[in-house]
Design a protein around this ligand. Structure first.
Ligand SMILES: [Zn+2]
Length: 58
């Protein structure tokens, strides 16, 4: 499935301030189905690009 990467500044315990990333499914037909998948993806934490661990975000 096609995805888009959402980025946000996060605080990794090991690497300090990093550009944390999170993958979201791209909106495709049917949109309702995608909206559910995106809502689930948005509940996942952003992760550090260096170590892949969840980071604190604002
Ligand atoms: Zn890290």
């Amino acid at each position: 499935m096609a995805t888009e990467t959402e980025t946000m500044h996060g605080d990794c315990p090991t690497h300090g301030t990093v550009k944390a990333t999170r993958e979201l499914p791209k909106v495709t037909f049917p949109p309702v189905y995608t909206a559910v998948k995106r809502a689930l993806a948005k509940r996942r934490p952003f992760v550090c690009p260096e170590c892949g661990k969840p980071v604190e975000t604002d």
